[in-house]
Design a protein around this ligand. Sequence first.
Ligand code: ATP
Length: 238
Amino acid sequence: MSDPILSVEGLGVNYGRVEAVRNVSFEVPEGALVTLVGANGAGKTSVLNAVSGLLRPRQGVITFEGNDITKWPAHRLVKAGLVQVPEGREILGTLTVAENLSLGGWHRKNSTLHAKVSEVYERFPVLFERRKLHAGALSGGEQQMLSIARALIAEPKVLLLDEPSMGLAPKIVDEVFAVIEEIRLTGTTVVLVEQNARRALAAADYGYVLETGEVSHFGPAHELLADEKVIEAYLGLD
Ligand code: ATP
């Protein structure tokens, strides 16, 4: 097998004395959709934030395209193609939809930015329709689409998605998962953090289950979906 585009080895994250993540390792093959699932507080966001440079891990090595990126700041990682869609969307409600999208291309020349924004509008016609509105006026689902679209402006090689289905109605969750599927069909590698384990595993190639800061199970996603222990512990309730 060729080298993974992204790999995490022995990751540890602390908040002061709280050990949130312990010895987490995973690999993301190029073009794959890998999901990290687990209960609230299991450490999924901490892992993702360490990968995207938003927090500095206590231990471990993160490798992206063969480079040790463990100490790279977030803005350098975005330029290199590792882009995160944060938990809770983090769109700027008082700016327009168009302005929010432009922020996704802060590091681009104006000409390339315009071309990229047009491309994104073709993919998300509702954002084109609402481009002059304040982003705060959008529905939750539209805001999630905006947050994903903003990340796409940066042309990620690896897109890191943190709980994109959070707080959305089932029909809108379907739409979000359809968009994720489309993104990976364009060849973009996706790392998806989700509490909605059944849904995420159904969409993924590989899955890692996090339990109190550690990986408890991992493997091909369809095998995890068929694993009685995983179902009992994480999938039984939905
Ligand atoms: P969620 O679904 O709530 O986002 P998660 O699986 O993403 O959960 P994390 O947010 O990574 O989990 O949290 C892992 C652990 O670290 C939890 O015990 C949490 O309380 C703790 N934690 C997270 N952020 C902080 C922080 N800023 N300060 C202190 N403890 C934190």
